[in-house]
Design a protein around this ligand. Structure first.
Ligand SMILES: Nc1ncnc2c1ncn2[C@@H]1O[C@H](COP(=O)(O)OP(=O)(O)OP(=O)(O)O)[C@@H](O)[C@H]1O
Ligand SMILES: O=C(O)C1=C[C@@H](O)[C@@H](O)[C@H](O)C1
Ligand SMILES: [Mg+2]
Length: 190
């Protein structure tokens, strides 16, 4: 039977550390690491900025949804997701059904510091990227919480500390969806 713990799915805003932490965690758990952003790029053969340029955000979201639908049906994965996957109700359902979902939560100011020198995130190529991150936080924080089985404060942990925390959870969490063992028979009195 498929259990929720078969897959661990990381959600959160750009720069929260989904790719960094997901890769390390997968290695430690001996699971396959997948990243929905990388999967979109490998299916199209071009980078995310190029997809945004040619097809706009709407085109990217359609491709992202197809990838999420496919990957959420697999098992034994650690999956990093793109920051915007929670925008679509269909993606949210697929993620919730597809694994144990961890929201890496961090304030916009920290996310800005982590992403400011990277040109690979089209939504942050604006005059005021910190302002954009603040808007996205307000819009998306409730959506990440809606899908999350667990929230990690990604601002107070190093990437390695977050991995350690998740390893402890993965190794101690009961398997959701598994029937509890039947109670032993009560001895009959002679
Ligand atoms: N405590 C931390 N946890 C995770 N990543 C950190 C931490 N501190 C710094 N970083 C750095 O933050 C940067 C952004 O991380 P990463 O690319 O993993 O984010 P992401 O959540 O996958 O973003 P995106 O949604 O844009 O793909 C990386 O350079 C990473 O090394
Ligand atoms: O937050 C977002 O909407 C995005 C985050 C990235 O992971 C990429 O999926 C893309 O740049 C869009
Ligand atoms: Mg990433």
């Amino acid at each position: 039977m498929k259990t929720k713990q078969d897959n661990i799915i990381l959600v959160g805003l750009m720069g929260a550390g989904k790719t960094t932490i997901g890769r390390l965690l997968a290695k430690r758990l001996g699971k396959r690491f997948v990243d929905s952003d990388h999967e979109v790029e490998s299916r199209t053969g071009v980078s995310i900025p190029v997809i945004f340029e040619i097809e706009g955000e709407a085109g990217f979201r359609k491709r992202e949804s197809m990838v999420i639908e496919d990957l959420s049906r697999e098992s034994g994965l650690v999956m990093a997701t793109g920051g915007g996957v929670v925008l679509s109700p269909e993606n949210r359902e697929a993620i919730k059904a597809g694994g144990f979902v961890v929201y890496l939560c961090a304030p916009p100011e920290l996310l800005y510091a982590r992403t400011r020198n990277d040109r690979n995130r089209p939504l942050l190529q604006v005059a005021d990227p910190l302002g954009r991150l603040r808007q996205l936080y307000v819009q998306r924080d409730p959506l990440y919480r809606e899908v999350a089985d667990m929230v990690i404060d990604a601002s107070s942990h190093s990437a390695n500390a977050s991995v350690q925390l998740l390893l402890r959870v993965a190794q101690s969490a009961p398997l959701v969806g598994v029937e509890p063992a039947p109670a032993p028979p009560t001895p009959s009195t002679p």
